[in-house]
Design a protein around this ligand. Sequence first.
Ligand SMILES: NC(=O)C1=CN([C@@H]2O[C@H](COP(=O)(O)OP(=O)(O)OC[C@H]3O[C@@H](n4cnc5c(N)ncnc54)[C@H](OP(=O)(O)O)[C@@H]3O)[C@@H](O)[C@H]2O)C=CC1
Ligand SMILES: O=C(O)C1=N[C@H](C(=O)O)C[C@H](O)C1
Length: 267
Amino acid sequence: MLSIAVTGAAGRMGGRLIAAVQESTGLRLGAAIERPGHPALGQDAGTLAGCGPLHIPLTDDLAAALRHCDILIDFTFPAVTLENARVCAAAGKKMVIGSTGFSPAQRDELATIMRDSALVLAPNMSVGVNACFKLLKEAAAILGNGFDVEIVELHHNKKKDAPSGTAVRMGEVVAEALGRDYNQVANYHREGLCGERSHEEIGMQTVRGGDIVGEHTVYFIGMGERIEISHRAMSRDMFARGAARACLWLSDKERGFYDMQDVLGLR
Ligand SMILES: NC(=O)C1=CN([C@@H]2O[C@H](COP(=O)(O)OP(=O)(O)OC[C@H]3O[C@@H](n4cnc5c(N)ncnc54)[C@H](OP(=O)(O)O)[C@@H]3O)[C@@H](O)[C@H]2O)C=CC1
Ligand SMILES: O=C(O)C1=N[C@H](C(=O)O)C[C@H](O)C1
């Protein structure tokens, strides 16, 4: 039985992660961590997550919590994740990371911090979105350069990063399949007399509002026809179940930097 620690335990994903861990054969919650000063500190993690008392109070002491845990699941924010990774690396523990919004430099820093351990980092842990990554690669390869690519993502009004990590990964997958450099061709902003669309660019559009869990559509727009590949998340549970699955998959990995394509055998 693997003992799992969850950071950001009182957050939107935190509760779903605790429930998914408790529901997974082979996993049990070992600790739930929140930031120092959080009003939920001391409350029972299971009760907070809505899955009944687990007699595990929320703590702000990650290092102490990790002593009796095997893997940390971290869905927080890049700067917090990097701090948590340092504590994990020092304790020789593995990580499953769902935080989004890492800069390339932060991603490199994470790889350096965790070089002697094993981690799964993925902007989206759902099976559906990971299947979409494969479909997008195939679609881009078939359609080639004859179609303009635009990506639109919709999320709730509390989301802090834009565009979503999933939308960026979708853009990277399509760009790579078309032989383009995503960082050169991504266009995040059109306003005023901005000129005609270049053929190579990939437009990235962000919508924020209400309680939308997460929706992504990639448009391949040609002359006289259009293909749309869409994913709609109806709840956060499949992200959490993906993270639990990643923990089980990591159990026999000593070191390495993986993502959900590895976990799901889609590479
Ligand atoms: N990979 C995937 O499949 C998915 C990824 N995500 C990503 O997960 C991340 C979190 O999303 P969401 O749950 O909606 O965000 P929330 O803001 O609801 O949750 C983040 C939690 O982390 C807490 N926190 C802040 N600092 C620390 C700290 N030092 N130690 C422990 N906890 C801390 C926050 O506390 P406080 O609010 O008080 O600051 C909050 O409770 C985002 O980056 C999001 O994009 C989301 C869904 C799926
Ligand atoms: O913040 C969220 O909510 C989500 N974030 C992830 C992302 O940025 O891609 C995944 C999911 O769409 C929900």
